[in-house]
Design a protein around this ligand. Sequence first.
Ligand code: ADP
Ligand code: 5SP
Length: 600
Amino acid sequence: MAGNDDLYMGFDLSTQQLKCIIVNSDLKHQHEAKVDFDADFGSKYGIHKGVLTNPSEGEVFAPTAMWLEAVDLVLQRLKEEGVDFSKIRGLSGAGMQHGTVFWSKEAESLLSNLDSSKTLLEQLETKQKSAFAHPHSPNWQDASTQKQCDEFDAQLGDPETLAEITGSKAHHRFSGPQIKRFRTKYPDHYENVSRISLVSSFLASVFLGEIAPIDISDVTGMNLWHIGKGDWHDEMLALTAGSKDGAADLKKKLGVVHEDGGKTFGNISEYFVNRFGFRKDASVIAFTGDNPSTILALPLRPSDAMVSLGTSTTFLMSTPAYKPDPAYHFMNHPTTAGLYMFMLCYKNGGLAREQIRDSLNTSATNPTNWDTFNETALATPPLSQKSDADDMRLGLYFPRPEIVPNIHSGQWRYAYNPKSGDLKELAADSVPDDARNIVESQMLSLRLRSQNLLKPEPDQETGAMLPPQPKRVYLVGGGSANQAIAQLCGEVLGSTEGVYKLDIGGNACALGSAYKAVWACERKEGETFEQLIGSRWDEEKFVKRIAGGYKKGLFEKYGDAVTGFHKMEKLVVEEAGNAKSPATGGTVFANEKGAGAIAK
Ligand SMILES: Nc1ncnc2c1ncn2[C@@H]1O[C@H](COP(=O)(O)OP(=O)(O)O)[C@@H](O)[C@H]1O
Ligand SMILES: O=C(CO)[C@@H](O)[C@H](O)COP(=O)(O)O
């Protein structure tokens, strides 16, 4: 064990908050603070749930100036908590994935000449000068790039080939399609762009006082990186930039990407040394995406799964097998060459569950309380079946256009007969059933799409082999505080060892970044992240089992429901393909395996 006074910071710049966790060399939680965008800046920036929207074009974006204010404020809050910044030896962080930040031609000089008596905002974004060529960062919830996605999917032949090469088919939120649309929508702003960062490298740049490189894992969420070659994909860059010459210029704007996820980019900017008392040689370590950072919060085995219940719902695994498919994402692992991160990501996670919660809380004095939702969900039988002879009640709950499947917003409910395979559409007449069904629906979608990566696991007590399922499911993100959701998660997804959550600080993503900083600063030659973190990991103290996993009979019943769920999804997508989108009035068409999309 290291036995020193050094401290390490991990940041998480996510949809609704900027969070920071500080740990020591033994990985023990020391301090944390957060800035909540709506609560702290909502009225100033006019945001709701961290973002601004332009529904007529499906745009969702966030003001970059607000994030600068959040950096000053979160450090101020840590200072008020008594943090001694002179003990910080290293810092790393994470940004919500796929968002891009467009730096202006003045950015480098402004970043490197900051006056510590003034705020970041006062110096980087004023009426006279701005470090940004555009005031907003497209958000991962954006759905404005269908046209660009079609071009991306077609460029190398088909979505399968794009997924094979870049890890994912084209997605609305991915930076390649987003940059392409930005270039054509705002040509003057694009002209003034000196560099392009992801949200993660934007945050690293602020701490570094110069534009930081994009990280080796986050770069695989752009549709622009050739995973096999470990380099930018020239043809996809040319498609984004509109020409070969433009591609060379875009490559410069995006910068060099280093293979080593533990690379030190340099010492923290003097601004932070003088303003907050940071150690002069505090190292800024590569910042990564929020999902890759989340898998670093514990020594995840290839048979374990993490479910992040944040604004989005994501399902994450760390695996040596690279099996890309248009239905999901593969990304480079953030620290360990030869490993990959498997990811499913849903737009309709926390906010969709909140919508059902709110419709149940009609007479509640505290409308954001989850008690009624939880009691109702647990009082409802699995799949709303009072007996095995009843149909299973299945639903899709998408207040926003969804990613998987790629379809417009809406709600659909069906009765599924597992014996005959029949599906009958139901009226939206039972909010109490929706409480259980929405969680089941989200978990059934995860089970459907992850089943090919899982293998049979031995029963903990008897050693008998059980059907394919995770060994453990770790819940993280805001929704991991919810015991009822944890129980339903274990019932649908199974898991031979049960459902766990981190018992060390609320935020796995920021924690993962803090651990990355520990590893990067203290690793011996050749020591992997898994080796170093594994050797300091205190299982008893760091994780807690919060719900059971595999239940014989119930797991198999949900297996039948997966078949019905898949069928229902296909039907809904097909029907959407023959209809006008209620959300936009645009025509809806299928553009991926079993999915549909809105064309403008
Ligand atoms: N007790 C709870 N039960 C269910 N969901 C919760 C609970 N507490 C927080 N949440 C959900 O967590 C979401 C925020 O997740 P979090 O991971 O903190 O945010 P972010 O997406 O910004 O990283 C909220 O939108 C809310 O739906
Ligand atoms: O787009 C993705 C991943 O592909 C999202 O997971 C974002 O990274 C946002 O995460 P949260 O704010 O929900 O944590």
